[in-house]
Every structure is written in C-alpha cells, then in structure tokens.
Design a binder for this molecule. Structure first.
Ligand code: C5P
Length: 397
C-alpha cells in the first residue's frame, strides 16, 4: 500500500453536479487534505471560481497560458504536487478527451503530466452515460488504471432516472482517503462464479440454495480494485454487480457451465465461488405439477461440475481456484477436492460455525495449494477477498 493521500487536485468539469464541489472540498480539508481546484471553462457556468477559492483557501487555476499562475507554480510542478487528481464531476466530454490524450486546457494537460493516481467521478445524463462511446472511453481509462468512482443511480437533475449521478461528496471523500492499493492484478482477466444456481422442476418451481453471492461479489470487487478485468457469472442474487465488472446472469448449472467454458479460456484466473446445485430434475415438467397424494417422487440427475470442466481444459487453462464449504475435517476434504478437481488453489471454510460462511457478512478461510497453506482469520468478506487476491497474485507471475 502506498502513502495516504494528502495533496489533492480537484478538477471540475462542466456539469450540474459541480454545485456539490464546494461541500466536497470542505469535507476533504476537514480531513486534513490540501485541495487545489482546477476548473474547465464550462465548469464556471455551474459554480463560480470565487466559491471554490473561498472553500479551498487557494487560488483557483483555470488557464494553461496564465503567466502569473505559471510563475507561482508551473503546470508540470502543479501536476507533480498532487498525490491524487480527482475529476469530479467528470463530464462525458472530459472522459472522451482523457481517453484520447487530448491536452487543450489546464486540467487535461495536468492529467497527462501527473505521476499521481487519477480518479474520475462521472456525472451525466443516463443516456449519455450508457452510450457505447462513453462506455468505451471509460473502459479505456480503467485499463490505464484510472479509478472510476460511480456514477450512482437515481433521479437526475434533468428528470431522468438511471445511472449517471455523481457520487455524493462524503462517498468521494472516503474513496480519496482509502489506502491506495498497488494494482498488482493489472492486465489480468478474472472469471468468477457466484451465488446459487436455480434448477427448475416445472414452470413455477425450482430447487436452489441459500447462497447470497456475497463472497463471490466481494472477490470481484477486490480483483477490480487491484486492477484486474472481471467477468462475474452469477446465479440469482439480490446484489448489484461491482462497478466495472461484466455480469453474466445465469440460472442453471448448465447455463453456468456454458458461460464458464466461453470465458475461462480468455481468462488468467477462474474462481468457482458459486454454490452450484449438484443435482437437477431429470425432466422439467411442461405444466405446473399438480398436487397428488401424500408423497411425490422426483428423479434427479447429476449436474456438470463447472470448475472441474474448466480445470480440465487442455488449451488456455486459467489458474483455477475452488471453494469448499465443509462442516468437519476441513483440511482433509479441501485437499482431496484440490486434487480430485485438478485445482491450483482451494479456499475452505467451516460452515458449521455460527455467523460465518453462507449468507453471513463475515467469514474465515483456509487457503490450500498442493505445496502450502495459509489461514485467514475471521473478518468481513470484503477484507477477506482482498487477502485472497493478494495471496493469489503472488502465485500468478
Ligand atoms: O464438490 P463441491 O461442491 O464441494 O466443490 C466446491 C467447488 O466446486 C466450488 O468451487 C464450486 O463452485 C465448484 N462446483 C462447480 N460445479 C458443481 C459443483 C461445485 O463448479 N457442480
């Protein structure tokens, strides 16, 4: 982890969310940050430089060609002063310029000249955000390790509802001050399975399990934070996919297998965190099964083992990581699964401990490789996911 962020350049581009920047600067300075504000020409239509000067106690910079500003601190020096440049709100226009490397004003020039971490908080109309051009620009920036914070969903200034709201100032402050993780998984592609599968019995009924998807989604988020590209194959869960993950929603184990076999050969790592139903109904009734007597017999057949199929790939086999939920003899069962399924690593947990594992927010894991093991004590699934990613990253290079 690198040093905590202290010096922040806040780049304000033109968007109605710019009115929240005064609050953002106040909250950042309260937490001990020094903030210098840079505004684009269009930002000044939404909030005045005088307001930003008052809240930051610093002159606001807005021109690349201002001799007095250059004499005080040249733009290259300015770019080097920052620990973080946050562009908030980031309009679709500035995202496009950043993706193309255009430097036609002070802010875009600083963004090219800085060695610091760069983050953007997109804010725009939901249709502009969803446009393929904007999405492609965001993907380009993400691949360059620029952090994309938000946008949030909800009602927009224009009256539309959808994705495109700038994250709230307090959320942005938390992100600015969160310890910066070295992007140890930059350039790696992960495919992660999560959640339960749902095996239909008839048009209205199915067999499933209590998996919440929390652990798999936490792994996806951690991998993204460390710079990876993430495909998330998920059964039905009530969670939103982490920002930046590509979600492949599935229902049955066989759907999951199809998606997994398509994505795994293009991935560096495959993690099977899903609770895949071991069996499915031998036949799915065409019509709703009617009530019939005191007993009913269902014939079930075995589902494919998704992770074992991935681990058996002859070409482009990814580094394959399984999960094992056990209630006893964890080490023995986990190691047997590692071997039998031909996995590279397995993460085992004791689901008999109250408050851990299935559906809980906390978990504890033991990681096993054929030549080593590591115990990760109880903590939140998100922290645990980060620890798993760090342990995994050491095995990848
Ligand atoms: O055999 P068991 O279900 O305990 O193995 C757990 C591991 O295997 C997990 O990684 C799980 O996602 C994966 N699995 C699978 N397909 C199945 C059953 C389990 O990918 N049909």
């Amino acid at each position: 982890m690198s040093q905590p962020v202290k010096n922040i350049v806040l780049g304000i581009s033109g968007g109605i969310a710019a009115y929240k920047c005064a609050e953002l600067v106040r909250r950042l300075t309260e937490r001990g940050c020094k903030v210098k504000v840079v505004m684009t020409e269009s930002a000044k239509h939404f909030i005045t430089p005088l307001t930003m000067q008052a809240v930051s106690s610093e002159m606001v910079a807005d021109s690349l060609l201002d001799p007095s500003a250059e004499a005080a601190m040249g733009h290259i020096e300015f770019a080097k002063w920052a620990d973080l440049i946050l562009v908030a709100p980031a309009s679709c226009n500035i995202l496009a310029k950043m993706a193309q490397g255009i430097a036609d004003d002070l802010l875009t020039t600083l963004l090219l000249a800085t060695p610091a971490k760069v983050a953007v908080a997109p804010a725009m109309n939901q249709l502009m955000y969803a446009h393929p051009a904007t999405q492609a620009n965001i993907a380009t920036l993400r691949a360059r390790d620029i952090a994309i914070w938000g946008p949030g969903k909800g009602e927009q200034a224009c009256g539309d509802v959808g994705s495109g709201r700038m994250l709230e100032p307090l959320e942005l402050v938390e992100r600015c001050l969160a310890p910066v993780q070295a992007p140890v998984l930059l350039g790696k592609t992960f495919t992660i399975t999560a959640g339960p599968t749902r095996e239909p019995l008839d048009p209205v009924r199915y067999i499933s399990n209590h998996s919440s998807g929390k652990m798999g989604f936490a792994l996806a988020k951690a991998a993204l934070e460390l710079g990876a590209t993430v495909n998330l194959i998920s059964g039905p869960v009530s969670l939103s996919a982490p920002e930046g993950a590509t979600l492949f929603p599935i229902e049955t184990a066989r759907d999951m297998l199809n998606s997994a076999l398509q994505l795994a050969p293009q991935s560096d790592v495959f993690i099977g965190c899903a609770a895949v139903a071991d069996y499915r109904a031998a036949t799915i009734a065409e019509h709703k099964i009617k009530k019939q007597g005191d007993e009913i017999t269902l014939t079930m057949v075995k589902n494919p083992d998704v992770i074992a199929h991935v681990a058996a790939l002859k070409e482009n086999r990814p580094y394959t990581v399984g999960f094992a939920a056990e209630t006893q003899d964890i080490q023995q069962y986990a190691k047997a699964k590692l071997k039998n399924k031909n996995l590279d690593m397995i993460c085992a947990n004791d689901v008999s401990v109250k408050g851990l594992g299935f559906n809980a927010n906390d978990n504890a894991l033991s990681l096993f490789w054929s030549d080593d093991c590591l115990n990760l004590p109880t903590t939140s699934k998100q922290q645990l996911a980060m620890q798993v990613m760090h342990a995994l990253s050491k095995r990848l290079n």
